[in-house]
Design a protein around this ligand. Sequence first.
Ligand SMILES: [Mn+2]
Length: 377
Amino acid sequence: MGPVRLLHTADWHLGKVLRGVDRTPEIAQALEALLELVRKERVDLVVVAGDLFDRPQVSAEAEALAVEFFLRLRELGVPALVIAGNHDPKERLEALSPLLALAGAMVRGRPLFREEGGVVEVKGLRAALLPFVSERVLMKRLWQEAEERHRTYAENMRRILANLASPLMLGHFAVEGSKPGAGEFAFHLSESYAVPASALPTAARYLALGHLHRQQQVSEAPLAWYPGSLIQLDFGEGEEAERGALLVELPPSGPARVYPIRERWGKPLRTYRLAPEALDGRLEEIRNFPGYVRLVLEGRVSPAVKERLFQALPNLLAVESALALPEELQGQGRAELGLLEAYARYLEERGRKEEALVQGLKQVLMEVELEALAPGA
Ligand SMILES: [Mn+2]
C-alpha cells in the first residue's frame, strides 16, 4: 500500500464580514483552488481542522458553499474529516453531520473520548477527531490566578490528547510557542490558553491543527502543523504571514512528509500609519493598492476629514486615530502582571494602598466571570 495523500486545511471563516465587506466570495475562490489541488495532486483524504464558519449565525450562502465543497469532493471520490473550531456553530455542524456523512465527510462538532467514538477509521488509517474544547469547560475552579488556570487547561488537554493518541490527529487549539497572525509575538502558557508541545502524543504520526491563521510547523516529533487561513482575514494578521494549505504524504511506516502550499488567495489588507500632513502625498499610492486599506492617523481625525478620505479611496475600510496611551499604561511590565496585581501596584504608586479597593475589584471581576460562565453566554 502506497502513502496516503492528505490535503490539510483549516480556518476558512466562511461568512466573515470585515467592516461591512463580505469576504465570502474571496473564500469561495480559495475553496475552488483547493478542489483543483485535490484533483491535480491525487489527494486521498481532505482534513479540515476547524473554523469552517466565522460565527454562529452565517449567511445561507456561506453554508451552501461548505455543503457544495463536500459534495464536489464526493464527486471526486475523496472523503473528508472535519472538526469544529471555536468560531463554528458546533451544534449546527453536529446536526448537519448525518447528511454530510452521505457525502463522505465525517464531521465532529463536540469532543468525544476514544471510548465514545473520538477515534475513527478512514482509508486504512486510525484518526482522532478533537474539535475545539472550550477553555471554560476545562477550568476546574472559577477563581484561579491566570497562570494557574492556564496550567489546569494544559494539563486537561494533555489527558484528552493521550486518550485519543492515533497515527493521524485533528485538533483545534494553540500550541505553546506558536505564532498568531501578526508580528513575532508567540503564545506562552503563562499568558494564554495553550498546549505545550510536550503534551502532543508521540504516537501521532501527523497532527493536523487549526486555530492560528499563520502557516507554521509547531512540533517535529510528533510532526504538527497549522496550514494557516485561506485568506488574510483581518488587518491585525500580517500581510506577509504565510497561509494556504498543506499537502501531507503519510506512508504506511516512517516519517510523514509535508509540502507547504503558500498562496495569496483573496485580497490583501494593509494598514497605513501616517501623519495627517503626509496623507495627500500618499493618496495615489493608497488608491492603487489592490486590496483593502486601514488608515491610522496621528492625532484626532475630524468627521469631515474621514468623509473626504472615504470618498477619495474606494478601497478604504477604516480610519482610526493613533492617540498616545497615558504614560501609566505604557510600562512594559504592566501587561505581564495580573489585573489585580497591576491595580494594587498602581494604587501603591499613587500613595493609596487600600486593600478594600483591591478586594472590590476582585469582587467585580468574579461577578463578571460568573456571568460569562452562565449558560447561554
Ligand atoms: Mn480561526
